[in-house]
Design a protein around this ligand. Sequence first.
Ligand code: PEP
Ligand code: MG
Length: 573
Amino acid sequence: MNACKNEPVSGVACSGGIGIGNVVLLREYPVKKDAPRGGDPQLEIERLKEAAQKYKAHTLLLADKVEAKLGRTDADIIRSHIAIAEDPEANMLVRKLISSGQSAEEAVSGVSRIYFNMFQNSEDPLLSQRTADILDIRDSLLDILTDGIQYGQYAEGSVLAGKNIPPSLVSGLLDGKIAGIVSENGNETSHCAILAKALRIPMVSGIGNIYDVVSKDDKIIVDGTAGEIIIEPDEDTVLLYEKRRKEYTDKISRLREFAGKETKTVDGCKLSILCNISGINDLRKVKASDGEGIGLFRTEMLFMASPKAPAEEEQFSIYKSVVLQMDGKPLVIRTLDAGGDKEIPYLDFPEEENPFLGIRGIRFSLKEQKLFRTQLRAILRASAYGDIKILIPMISCVEELVSVKEIVKEIKTGLDKEGIAYKKDIQTGCMIETPSAALMADELAKEADFFAVGTNDLIQYTMCADRGNSSVSYLYSAMQPAVLRLLKGICSAAGSRGIGVCICGESAANSMLLPVYLALGIKTLSVNPDAVLELRENISKWSLSDAERKAESVFDMSTEEEIYAYLSNLRVN
Ligand code: PEP
Ligand code: MG
């Protein structure tokens, strides 16, 4: 029995949408009783061999089905399990345990436990998330060894709930019967979540003590967009969520029509919608949402996720892998933007009263040049493999950009001497996110190959309103006339020098501001991957001439209230 009937229980949003159904509880780890000890080792090894062959055949079949429905990348997740199951070291260990008198089941369980613990304790978040894969493989092998049925038949509208949901189980759910998934472990980047997203099954993870919270056959609502579940909802709640589910599915199918299409206005003006990412894991989202490239790779997340600064080789292989996966589409790599609210414990930051106004972004990189040069070398080397551009954060005066260019030049000379390839004409862009950079845009445009407007910071520094402080959030708006006037100046300076402007702050996806961006001649917007298709739809509704005619007047308005009221009326037209 659960204590929270009809009350939302918060978890982690893993796969969007709303599912309503009845709970099917999945087995809790450890799921199988190990077979009794003392079999004939030769016989046990034969049983294991046979089970491993069946497992491989079944998994390959499953992967083919997934590939037919979802494509290669998702199928490869399933295929990767075969490689793990065939790992020679693990197999040697299993055989050793069998030779010492254990049954095949015991040996599989024992070795899985060793790998599970090793992965769980790993400092690498990617490895620690792979624990679910280990459990998945173990359970499949044990199922086969004990003649169990892993890929169960579920009734229409079932919501799977369990501590860990194995990815192979999710990939077996191609018949569309599953209404949702709820788990205790896992997050948005776990394989189960990735597959759930691809199959459009709403999923919420992070529900602590799941076996106390949900019970078998409970009616349940899974709101995978909000990251909430509601157990035993009353009739009104069900009606409300049925309505929301319909709205969500209508919107998704409407937006899917925009995947694979060009981004252009009614009168044929083409734009590019790029994506903001923080790491290689986000690429899946970029591809799923049909992003046209990466407009902002926030590399500080690589530094934050690591116990020490990632070495040149490590960074190089990440940047190279990302650009290769972009298949010729642009990749804008922003150099480390540490400082402010982005603390990196192992870096040597001074104690500061106002870290947002202190050693942040390029100020830190120019101070700690060894780190900066390592990163630039890694970026330059990776640029031999695709369309990479360098982006410099927190520029507040021309001298900073000039110094950066000098350093880039020196590194290029070094690479030339070593005969290492890089993109000779690589572009260096400048973030415009401080008022001083905006005011000096005409001078910066002489040095920069492109501008990326970071409205998140530009608003905070222009309005002197901390972006994270809710008590001044009334001032923090991209529709403040001061911010829009700066934006106009930036675009006009860039226009006179013929360099491109991309907006990469959150306001890039703001549909009310879209006519303003169009009127200012902005052709590139970089947004969260989830926002791509909606933005493409919005762009398709506007004509450039209409936007120019209608948006021009906002630059003469004197208050945010006036601009907001005006633009919200334009939106409904
Ligand atoms: C910005 O300031 O708008 C921006 C894109 O950078 P960040 O949010 O990483 O500071
Ligand atoms: Mg910024």
